[in-house]
Design a protein around this ligand. Structure first.
Ligand SMILES: Nc1ncnc2c1ncn2[C@@H]1O[C@H](COP(=O)(O)OP(=O)(O)OP(=O)(O)O)[C@@H](O)[C@H]1O
Ligand SMILES: [Mg+2]
Length: 492
């Protein structure tokens, strides 16, 4: 339907720009034409007035010379009127009583009555469509006759049109052609935009290699293309990390599932003794708890991506949390021949989520004990730093240390050092602990740092704002939408 097409087209930027351009340009041309027309009209009126006054003066002088020969005066007036006819001027002679004494035939009937009160000799008066000038006849000893000369305004309008018509026609043509010019100008202005749209339409989540052309002009469209290209780079990196994360998660889930499956198959293959069934079921239970812990870790990371790590923020004493965790690990440390020391003198009052902070402390102590050989030492300290109003937690060990090439990656998701990869069984770890630790600390507006030296040990340092200096912390007031966070479990 052509009408629908026209309506759709009006939404296109090019048509809208052309319409605006045409309207503004046509407006300006119209104003210019109006100024030219009025200026010409004003000039022609002034010229006409000057001529009327001059004519009135000359005629009155001629009348004065011929006075009192009435016949010759009228002949002279008739001659003058004749020479003027093609210009549509009229002449009148008014007697001293104000009555019409003689009039050329072009004079409109009754105009002398309209001008009865008109006595001025220097100004021109407008009466209806006429402009009229007059002059008294100064003949010695003669009564004062009055000569009137008038011109039709139609004559003036015709003269104005004659003088301006070329410009008017040209102006009208420009007004008609302006939208077409605007359409062309808008087309070349938005051409880069069209190529941006076409490139953007080609982009797919699986095909993000295309980039928008940069013309090198440095204008707004170039800046827009640059911004979109950088955005595409970031989306590409994000998707790559996301794919890696999903692959890692699947890989980690596969091992316990395989163990469960094989235990169940062994149990089903032949009849077993009660003790054998019990051993197999214990394996299944262990693997299930490993699966549960892994799934919980993944969910926590998903919540951290959605900015909902913290649930119940309340005033806490960090040293007390650390103390109870240290107690919990004391047995494990002893078992491994590692000395666990806690130096918790200060009262470190902070705002935080106790359950989440316990996860942080446990992971740091767990790592320290896990990566410290027998005979080593793990030291846990808390401190209240008055200067910058920070609470400090320091977990240091005399363990194997972290090589420099690993140090930059330990906070990445699923990243495990060589020592961790070598391990088997539950102590192998998934490489999510420090990623979660960092997410929780950042959610508390805190910082985490690590210093390590291979063979000498590692120190993790956490700083958190003290309760009186803590900012407003984001908490998950409503339950997390699992479907919304499912696809965004990628590290920052
Ligand atoms: N105290 C430490 N001493 C030596 N290496 C450490 C220490 N803490 C962490 N690491 C290194 O950093 C890696 C990542 O630690 P992270 O806690 O994230 O994972 P993990 O302990 O291997 O597994 P998970 O915590 O998920 O059970 C570890 O695999 C290890 O190589
Ligand atoms: Mg760990």
């Amino acid at each position: 339907m052509p009408f629908a097409r026209i309506r759709d087209a009006s939404y296109y930027l090019r048509v809208r720009l052309a319409a605006w351009y045409g309207a503004v340009f046509a407006g300006l041309v119209l104003v210019a034409l109006l100024i030219v027309y009025e200026g010409s009209r004003h000039t022609i009126i002034r010229e006409t007035d000057e001529r009327l006054l001059e004519d009135a003066k000359e005629t009155s002088q001629a009348v004065a010379q011929l006075h009192p020969d009435r016949r010759r005066v009228e002949e002279m007036l008739a001659r003058k009127a004749d020479t003027h006819t093609h210009e549509r001027l009229f002449l009148q002679l008014i007697d001293p009583d104000g009555d019409l004494s003689w009039s050329s035939k072009e004079a409109p009937p009754g105009i002398d009555e309209d001008l009865r009160d008109f006595t001025d000799e220097v100004a021109v008066r407008e009466v209806g469509v006429f402009r009229v000038a007059q002059r008294y006849v100064d003949a010695a000893g003669a009564p004062r006759f009055l000569v009137r000369v008038g011109a039709s305004q139609e004559q003036i309008d015709a003269a104005v049109w004659k003088r301006t018509r070329v410009m008017m026609v040209a102006g009208l043509l420009i007004i008609i052609l302006a939208p077409l010019g605007g359409y062309w100008v808008a087309g070349s202005a938005i051409q880069p935009l069209t190529s941006i749209i076409h490139t953007a339409q080609r982009l797919r989540p699986t095909q993000l290699s295309d980039r928008l052309p940069i013309r090198g002009t440095g204008d707004e469209l170039d800046q827009l293309s640059g911004t979109i290209n950088r955005f595409l780079d970031r989306i590409g990196e994000y998707l790559a990390r996301n794919r890696e994360f999903v692959a890692n998660a699947a890989h980690e889930l596969r091992s316990p599932l395989a163990a469960i499956r094989s235990s169940v198959e062994v149990a089903l293959n032949a009849s077993r003794t009660t003790a054998e069934y019990q051993a197999l079921l214990e394996t299944v239970a262990d693997e299930c708890s490993q699966l549960t812990s892994l799934v919980n870790q993944l969910l926590l990371l998903a919540e951290s991506d959605a900015g909902r790590v913290l649930r119940h923020v309340e005033p806490l004493q960090l040293d007390r949390l650390v103390d109870s965790s240290a107690e919990m690990f004391r047995g494990v440390a002893e078992e491994r021949g590692v000395v666990l020391e806690a130096d918790l003198h200060d009262k470190v009052r902070i705002l935080g989520d106790a359950a989440r902070l316990r996860q942080v402390i446990n992971n740091l102590i767990d790592n320290a004990v896990k990566f410290t050989p027998a005979g080593g030492r793990v030291r846990i300290e808390t401190e209240c730093r008055e200067g910058d109003r920070k609470g400090v937690l320091r977990v240091s060990d005399t363990g194997c240390g972290i090589p420099a090439h690993d140090l930059a990656h330990v906070f990445e998701r699923f990243y495990r050092g060589d020592k961790s990869r070598e391990r088997e069984g539950p102590s192998r770890g998934t490489g999510l602990g420090l990623a979660i630790t960092r997410a929780i600390i950042h959610a508390h507006a805190g910082e985490i740092e690590v210093v390590s030296s291979v063979g000498r040990g590692t120190t993790f340092l956490i700083t958190l704002p003290l309760a009186d200096a803590a900012p407003q912390l984001d908490t998950a007031d409503k339950p997390i939408d699992r479907s919304a966070v499912g696809g965004s479990q990628v590290g920052r």
